[in-house]
Write a protein that binds this ligand. Sequence first.
Ligand SMILES: Cc1ncc(COP(=O)(O)O)c(C=O)c1O
Length: 454
Amino acid sequence: MEATKFLLSENDIPKQWYNISADMPNPMQPVLHPGTGQPVGPDDLAPLFPMAIIMQEVSQDRWIDIPEPVRDIYRLWRPTPLHRARRLEEALGTPAKIYYKYEGGSPAGSHKPNTSVAQAYYNSAEGVKRIATETGAGQWGSALSMACSFFGLQCKVYMVKVSYNQKPYRKSMIRAWGAEVVPSPSEDTQAGRSILEGDPNSPGSLGIAISEAMEDAATNDDTKYSLGSVLNHVLLHQTVVGQEAKKQMEMAGDYPDVVIGCVGGGSNFAGLSFPFAMDKIAGKDVTLLAVEPAACPTLTKGQFLYDFGDTAQLAPLVPMYTLGHDFIPPEIHAGGLRYHGMSPLICQLYKDGIMDARSYHQVEVFKSAVDFARCEGIIPAPESAHAVKAAMDEALKAKEEGKEKSILFNLSGHGHFDLAAYEDFMDGNLKDYEYPEKAIQESIKALEGLPVPQ
Ligand SMILES: Cc1ncc(COP(=O)(O)O)c(C=O)c1O
């Protein structure tokens, strides 16, 4: 009998994170100070992050040790299983082998605790008492509140209003772990109040929520800021996923032809793909495919520019593919993919042809998620369902071409708190949003006069 799951022991939890900055053919261009336009240094970031995290953000070391207290907590759910989707392969009638790394078994239900635990650890080690953050779908907010509860830290979560209303039980999880959660835009910050003045019904966006959380950290001495995606140290922490997957693919006697992940800010895709990108940079033939919503097509339709990471322009200028910092993406159900920008590491690798990207509309994505659930059991998070759709399309392409391809994707989370979206899909009430070209062009126009990356 061929195996369906490839399982590692707790001793196999990686002891180091992999830092792709050490191996990139072209380095990421510097992040610039929003006021001066000069490259930001550790001192500029010190009000927001603990120094250990700042040093990871700028590190060029290939391997960075994972502190034992962090590995100890990882043991609660890591290593995560690698599944072979045999029943899905059979249903598709494909000669392809489909593998998925399942991160939904973490206590918070996604890959996000891989970095929230590390971030809470470094904050607590440097004496920080309180952390402010934003959350889109609520996955990150729950992951950080859990991690803060492990280290005795207070936590305040600014949750994008549309998700706060669509996903009330994510909010309850955040509260159960002891954090405070408010809908964003909120009345609690200057950034929130000024958005509400302009549009009292604003659905919010990750860009707005980031502004609120950063303002909270910058104006409270005992508080630091934490981000669940985009930044180099976040992607670094996620590389435990790809390192484990590589070992598990070895156990399966296989190596992927294509590695797939959905992308919001890029962390789960990076986590799975960077250890394979290391091989690709060294000459291996492997496709690395990022999948995004057609309603928020950052890589596939955005422009490579310097842009602010947030709406209120408090965050540094980042060299990235962007839709413009004041673009508010349509209210699609994959809340975690509604971000105007993208990790600058992924953007540089995409620009250099090491990574590919593709976009899908939400109705076709939910259709694939349901087909997947009916074969494999797991109901994917709407974000992860983008990767499911791409993996299924790749398997069907292999069938057409008669090729025995190996496909690996990251099933970054479960969708148990997204069932209202599934209801909408099953009742035929879900609609697609066209790529809002005009809104994006207007938003990009606002970037005129800012520095331009090379
Ligand atoms: C389950 C899940 N997958 C993916 C994402 C997208 O984030 P990232 O691109 O950082 O992995 C999110 C964000 O909230 C998420 O909750």
